[in-house]
Design a protein around this ligand. Structure first.
Ligand SMILES: NC(=O)c1ccc[n+]([C@@H]2O[C@H](COP(=O)([O-])OP(=O)(O)OC[C@H]3O[C@@H](n4cnc5c(N)ncnc54)[C@H](O)[C@@H]3O)[C@@H](O)[C@H]2O)c1
Length: 441
């Protein structure tokens, strides 16, 4: 099948590469000149484990190409996926400008029947609007389907190639058959292809992401309560996760969720609720808990050093920060809790020495260097040099096994604030450090 991806970001590139790998001819199109130039010179613009290899293999087999020429891409494809960004607008709802622009561009280039598939996360009713835009701009036949994407950055290739389920929202047999043919190679392990109406499919993406965000805010709330009540969240987690109805997954206390999906999707669903005159009380609380959670680690810092929460309170202090990306195995800094934590530390007067295995460049483009108060170290231990304390923000696996001897030699202070509970409190204390976890004793 000839397929075009409109939008070659995390979703478009991974989906395009995997669809090429299963034998389709794929054009990954984008309006970003630099991105396409990079891809055409053999470089992958994002960090995603395994993506380089899949792309290289399919370039060699001539099954994948990259282009800014949307007109050419549309004319030469039967199926066109829209995988552009749907960022949060200033009022919190999903900004659909890129989706609607893509729809217009597709319509103007159509030269026969096309199946247009919304892969971007979009509110209920968007496919209908896309349909209206396309109808106004073409005389050719077409279908619009919804195909929510559930891949996770950091394991995106695996998630796309072996999905737990594929959801498609369709209103024609033809669209259903085409999508069935496209996804058949990925469903050999009998994971289901769930077919539904378009509006329900659109709602499914938000419901999935908001449920996961709810689990995170729930465990963070219980974790904060554990601290007050002198209980240990690690034990509580063990105790509740054994119940199959609850499970262990996605129940890790931390510094709040971030990334390009959960924060914006929770707010977008709250707005969808409002547009139907329905107040989504639970989701509002999920967002509120998450926003507050990003302050917890710095509050612990202030408490430990017995400082007030006022400008200049941390003047003269240097903190080492391990991990910048919103989660391990990605360079994505969108809505990363580290942004809030570093900003607050510096506003309180401190200097920050940060290290991330891959996200340094994307962090620099957002955070800069705060007039020299933020420096990026070339290794995790260099970031610790003369630091008063270490703050672990993203649980990259290289931070799990550490040399306390090196830390003792390089750090000025002996304090660790573990924002992800990756260390055993007892071990850290035995090594002579003061340890603070999230909701632990
Ligand atoms: N990143 C994830 O983990 C993830 C997972 C599931 C779903 N989603 C959803 O998928 C969508 C895309 O997310 P992403 O993270 O890949 O975004 P992204 O910002 O990484 O990529 C979007 C790309 O679309 C391009 N673009 C914008 N307008 C265009 C146009 N008219 N024509 C061609 N290209 C255009 C941009 O230049 C950019 O490269 C969003 O709706 C997101 O919510 C993301």
């Amino acid at each position: 099948m000839n397929i075009t991806m409109i939008g070659s970001g995390y979703v478009g590139l991974v989906s395009g590469a995997c669809l090429a790998d299963s034998g389709n001819n794929v054009i990954c199109a984008d309006v970003d000149k630099e991105k396409i130039a990079m891809l055409n010179s053999g470089k992958v613009p994002i960090f995603e484990p395994g993506l380089d290899e899949v792309i290289a293999r399919n370039i060699k087999e001539k099954r994948i190409s990259f282009s800014m020429d949307i007109d050419y891409a549309v004319k030469n494809s039967d199926v066109i996926f829209i995988a552009v960004g749907t960022p949060m607008s200033q009022t919190g709802e999903a900004d659909l400008t890129y989706v609607f622009n893509a729809a217009k561009m597709i319509a103007k280039s159509m030269n026969g029947y096309k199946l247009i598939v919304d892969k971007s996360t979009v509110p209920v009713g968007t496919a209908q609007k896309v349909k209206e835009i396309i109808s106004k701009n073409t005389k050719h036949e077409f279908d619009v389907a919804s195909n929510p994407e559930f891949l996770k950055e950091g394991s995106a290739i695996e998630d796309f190639a072996k999905p737990d389920r594929v959801v498609i929202g369709v209103d024609s047999k033809k669209a259903s058959q085409i999508l069935h043919d496209i996804y058949e190679p990925f469903l050999r392990t009998f994971h289901p292809l769930i077919v539904m109406d378009v509006r329900s499919a659109e709602m499914t993406t938000y419901a999935a992401n908001c449920f996961l965000a709810t689990k995170i805010s729930f465990i963070n709330e219980i974790s904060n309560l554990c601290e007050k009540a002198q209980a240990d969240i690690n034990l509580v987690r063990e105790g509740i996760g054994a119940d199959k109805r609850i499970g262990y997954e996605f129940l890790f206390p931390g510094v709040g969720y971030g990334g390009s999906c959960f924060p914006k999707d929770v707010l977008a669903l709250i707005h969808t609720g409002k547009s139907f005159g329905y107040k989504t009380k639970l989701l509002e609380a999920v967002d509120e808990v998450n926003e507050e959670q990003k302050s917890v680690l710095v509050n612990k810092v202030l408490e430990h050093f017995q400082k007030e929460n006022i400008e200049g309170a941390l003047d003269g202090f240097t903190f080492c920060v391990w991990g910048l990306s919103f989660k391990p195995r990605t360079d994505d800094m969108r809505q990363a809790p580290s942004l809030v934590i570093i900003d607050r530390l510096i506003k309180l007067g401190a200097c920050v020495q940060a290290f991330d295995p891959v996200a340094e460049e994307s962090a620099k483009s957002i955070l800069g260097n705060y007039n020299g108060k933020l420096v990026y170290a070339s290794s995790q231990y260099e970031a610790c040099k003369n630091a008063d304390a270490l703050l672990l923000i993203t649980e990259w696996s290289e931070f799990r096994k550490i040399s306390f001897e090196t830390l003792r030699q390089t750090m000025k202070g002996k304090v660790i604030f573990d924002g992800r509970n990756i260390y055993r409190p007892k071990n850290v204390r035995q090594e002579g450090f003061v340890y603070y976890g999230m909701g632990t004793l």
